[in-house]
Design a protein around this ligand. Structure first.
Ligand SMILES: Nc1ncnc2c1ncn2[C@@H]1O[C@H](COP(=O)(O)OP(=O)(O)O)[C@@H](O)[C@H]1O
Ligand SMILES: [Mg+2]
Length: 146
């Protein structure tokens, strides 16, 4: 989603276009998980960053252009856009990597890989985790951490 000056300001992920959610074994369950990750990561004090720096995320309804056609009102998650640059693992601070590991273990992530980690342009290159639609598995007993 773009702002008034055509700059990127947010990322809308329509629930109807979600891929299969492995932690629930059905589709259409990722948007709520994206929001829950932000809420549970969020600090008690307003204005401070969350422990793992999950970007602000909420649920909205939006009309959007999906490449073929303009859609009607669709529900989805909306997340603040993080301007970012390419990164190599050694560029991240140990503290950032440990925070990422802790939130992934706490929330039970099934989808952490390099495409779901951003290096922010605007806060000294801090690590920003994204894509939390595969958090919160329903069957914790059958869940395997790798
Ligand atoms: N909040 C964000 N800020 C900047 N770029 C993002 C953000 N969320 C997603 N992206 C970009 O979109 C890509 C796909 O988003 P992602 O949330 O990983 O969706 P998917 O479920 O398709 O894997 C990411 O690899 C990243 O390049
Ligand atoms: Mg992803």
């Amino acid at each position: 989603m773009k702002g008034l000056r055509e700059e990127m300001i947010a990322v809308f992920k329509p629930i109807q276009e979600e891929t299969f959610c492995s932690v629930v074994q059905k589709s259409g369950c990722k948007g709520d998980r994206e929001v829950a990750a932000f809420l549970l990561d969020h600090p008690a004090l307003e204005g401070e960053e969350g422990f793992g720096r999950v970007p602000p995320t909420t649920i909205v309804r939006a009309k959007y252009y999906n490449g073929d056609r303009k859609t009607e009102w669709e529900r989805g998650s909306l997340q603040g856009f993080i301007p970012n640059k390419k990164w190599k693992p050694k560029e991240f601070a140990v503290d950032d990597v440990q925070r990422l590991s802790l939130i992934d273990i706490r929330f039970g992530n099934n989808d952490r890989h390099c495409g779901n980690i951003l290096k922010s342009n605007i806060n000294g290159g801090r690590l920003i985790p994204i894509d939390h639609g595969e958090y919160f598995p329903m069957e914790w007993n059958n869940y395997t951490f790798i």
